[in-house]
Design a binder for this molecule. Structure first.
Ligand code: SAM
Length: 281
């Protein structure tokens, strides 16, 4: 499997649980996005890089029994997990498909709503994935993307180990062809991909010592330990020191962590019934 096919964080059991936890945390944002531009009853929707659930349950609920939802993911382990949840929750209108979104064989121009969350920032071929998403949507259909931007990634009181670790992981992402500041560029990317009626919003979360995401940065850095060390960005000993110091700092009741801001951007594929200007107008 190449880097382009594989999600850098893998699909270990802990990572699947984390994604489900994160999905619940961002449920209000997703519902707000769907209220704005999501599919209606009978609609067809895709969740690209759905992971163990993504927003499949919300889409299933919105399109109802007469609609169709496709969950697409490149990692079979994610889909195995998703299959269990889809069955447990009786999401009968959901179909799961394995494959790289950039090379999907799903029929083009067929979907009312094509969505992805927290995928584009984690793939080096984000432009190809976005182009494939636009191709899946029908004329008049909507493409919606949710992804983070690390501009807000700070802790207070400040700590040098925090800054060093943010820089290390961001550099690993950069060298892997990915961008931790993708969020702010989403509206522009949608416009450049040919979409119109672009909308944008963002949501932010702040944590304290008792929240599981207080230590997300350290947890992620440890998950990427081999890539960081093998890439010559740090040594095991230096990483141990940074993560140790930072864990102590984050465990203090007074320490506050600001999460990367979650951008949401959406746009419409030109054309579609009743949307084109009348000839000669
Ligand atoms: C951070 S998880 C997000 C999961 C889900 N969208 C959510 O918000 O809960 C990223 C997911 O994207 C999937 N992924 C990565 N590259 C992909 C690609 N090229 N095509 C399809 N899925 C991909 C990964 O397997 C993983 O399940």
């Amino acid at each position: 499997m190449t880097m382009a096919d594989k999600y850098l964080m893998g699909a270990a059991a802990g990572e699947l649980d984390r994604m489900l936890f994160q999905g619940e945390m961002f449920r209000p944002e997703a519902e707000r996005l769907l209220d704005r531009c999501g599919p209606g009853p009978g609609g067809r929707a895709v969740d690209v890089g759905c992971g163990p659930l993504g927003i499949l349950d919300m889409l299933s609920d919105r399109v109802g029994p007469g609609g169709e939802v496709v969950g697409l993911d490149v990692q079979p382990e994610m889909l195995d997990f998703a299959r269990v949840l889809v069955a447990e929750r009786k999401l009968d209108n959901v179909r799961l498909v394995e494959g790289d979104a950039a090379a999907t064989t799903e029929e083009k121009g067929r979907f009312d709503f094509v969505h992805t969350r927290l995928v584009l920032m984690n793939v080096p071929h984000s432009g190809a994935v976005l182009a494939a998403m636009v191709a899946l949507a029908r004329p008049g259909g909507t493409v919606a993307v949710q992804d983070v931007d690390w501009v807000t990634r700070v802790c207070d009181p400040p700590h040098p180990a925090w800054t060093d670790l943010v820089d290390l992981v961001a550099e690993l992402w950069r060298r892997s062809g990915m961008d931790v500041h993708l969020g702010r560029r989403l509206p522009r990317l949608l416009r450049e991909a040919g979409l119109t009626d672009i909308g944008v919003d963002a949501g932010i979360r702040v944590f304290q010592h008792d929240h599981p995401y207080q230590t997300l940065l350290v947890d992620r850095a440890e998950l990427c330990r081999d890539a960081l060390v093998d890439g010559g960005l740090t040594s095991h000993a230096a990483l141990d020191r940074l993560t140790g110091e930072l864990r102590e700092h984050l465990a203090r009741p007074g320490t506050v962590v600001v999460h990367p801001v979650l951008f949401q951007a959406w746009g419409r594929v030109p054309g579609g019934p009743g949307t084109d200007p009348a000839p000669g107008s």
